[in-house]
Design a protein around this ligand. Structure first.
Ligand code: ZN
Length: 203
């Protein structure tokens, strides 16, 4: 399985990193080895002094597809989740400056948190999902999928032009504003429509 990640999908986050607004979605992959194992803490890697949390809504693909039209995209997932795209921002900035790929900054072991899944039918409208990240019980990211530049079904159409989507693949749909540094002993909790879907300790 693969993790397909979308960058720069919320205007306020693009502004906070002073990135250019893309004309197409920014897409990158993480390998399955980047998934943080269940109930394990996240260990800050020694190659970074500035790991950021990026809270993102996740989509789990349940049907094989290629060149999926956005009209039919809703048939390719029936679970919605919440996760973190951990990013070694210092390393990513260096790589970006040189025009190099981002993988070392985003695809390292443990860099993908995947919380509990909810059946899509429990989420009234996928284009109006409220989601929040609490760091040490304080809200640091507060997003709503209604603010996405590319909606979930449009993302499925777009990424399936390039990659065959397979059962179990997961799409990270991009982070809203409020990304920030984590340090040892932080606790991160993710809520989707007020349901807690993960709780992670930082070491
Ligand atoms: Zn991200």
């Amino acid at each position: 399985m693969k993790l397909i990640c979308i960058g720069r999908n919320y205007t306020k986050h693009i502004e906070e990193l002073e990135n250019e607004k893309p004309t197409d979605p920014v897409v990158f992959l993480k390998p399955d080895t980047s998934i943080l194992l269940k109930k394990q803490p996240f260990f800050i890697p020694d190659f970074s002094d500035d790991v950021h949390h990026e809270l993102e809504v996740l989509i789990k693909i349940n049907k094989v597809g290629k060149h999926i039209d956005k009209k039919f995209a809703h048939k390719y997932y029936n679970e919605i989740g919440l996760g973190i795209d951990f990013t070694a921002r210092d390393l990513q900035s260096k790589l970006k400056e040189k025009g190099l790929p981002w993988e070392k900054a985003k695809a390292f072991d443990g860099a993908a948190v995947i919380g509990k899944w909810l059946p899509k039918k429990e989420v009234d409208d996928v284009n109006n999902i409220k989601f929040q990240l609490l760091k040490n019980d304080k809200v640091v990211q507060d997003g709503n999928t209604s603010h996405m530049l590319w909606k979930i079904d449009e993302l499925i159409e777009y990424v399936s032009k390039y990659f065959t989507l397979k059962i179990g693949d997961i799409i990270f749909t991009g982070t809203p504003a409020g990304v920030g540094k984590i340090i040892a002993n932080d606790t991160l909790k993710g809520f989707l429509n007020d349901k807690e879907l993960f709780s992670i300790r930082i070491k």
